[in-house]
Design a protein. Structure first.
Length: 231
């Protein structure tokens, strides 16, 4: 009969293993500790934000007639946002115009026109780069709809490139509201965009917005991969 190996304390190997199991059990219980797994990366959506207009209720009635309500054409990625059926024509100081500029909903307290750099240059408007809603000190334009025209004293901007994200996404990327990130695009004409501004809030979905000039420069439509990196 085979003999069991005995340690210096007179304990067999089997007795040592049993002692170790009892000791581990006393600390960890019956359930073995789960392996530490890093959470998966959030699903990143990058969209090109084409030229568009936000209207106030008063402006909507001036341009489209009393009692007009926005008609949803297509829901956008962010909850509650949509592209409306209604469009307007935007006139600049050079008498140049851009027709069929889409109105986005819902309605806002103040009107805002968001253009790409080439749009603003074509219209002769020196539009500053601003976050949506920050229109103090910005230039204006003239809007025309089927029921009338409206002179805006201010509200024309080039939207700052930004990323919407909820608190969970912000924690994953280790950023806070107002931080800057970098968008890396892998395409035939790929590259990166610096200074992506973080806009963190409850109910927001992870989505990067760039304008048409930026998206076209990086051939974003044909991107093989996009990545958001903390600056």
């Amino acid at each position: 009969m085979a003999q069991q190996a005995v340690g210096p304390d007179g304990l067999s190997r089997a007795q040592v293993e049993a002692l170790v199991r009892r000791t581990v059990h006393s600390f960890l219980g019956d359930v073995a500790p789960a392996a530490v797994v890093a959470p998966p990366a959030p699903r990143l959506v990058v969209n090109i934000s084409a030229r568009h207009v936000h209207l106030s209720p008063e402006a909507l009635e001036t341009l489209f007639g009393k009692g007009t309500q926005l008609t949803v054409q297509k829901a956008l990625y962010q909850e509650g946002a949509f592209a409306a059926e209604q469009t307007v024509t935007v006139f600049g100081p050079r008498k140049q115009m851009i027709a069929n500029v889409r109105v986005l909903g819902p309605l806002r307290d103040a009107c805002q026109v968001e253009l790409a750099f080439t749009d603003a240059r074509f219209l002769g408007i020196d539009a500053p780069v601003r976050l949506s809603g920050d229109i103090e000190g910005t230039p204006g334009c003239f809007l025309v709809g089927p029921a009338g025209g409206l002179l805006l004293e201010r509200g024309v901007i080039r939207a700052a490139r930004h990323v919407h994200m909820g608190p969970g996404d912000a924690a994953w990327y280790q950023v806070r509201d107002g931080d800057r990130m970098r968008l890396v695009v892998d395409s035939e004409q790929g590259g990166s965009l610096e200074g992506i501004l973080c806009r963190v809030g409850r109910g927001l979905k992870l989505e990067v917005h760039v304008d048409t000039d930026e998206g076209n420069a990086l051939d974003l439509v044909h991107a093989r991969r996009v990545e958001l990196v903390k600056s």
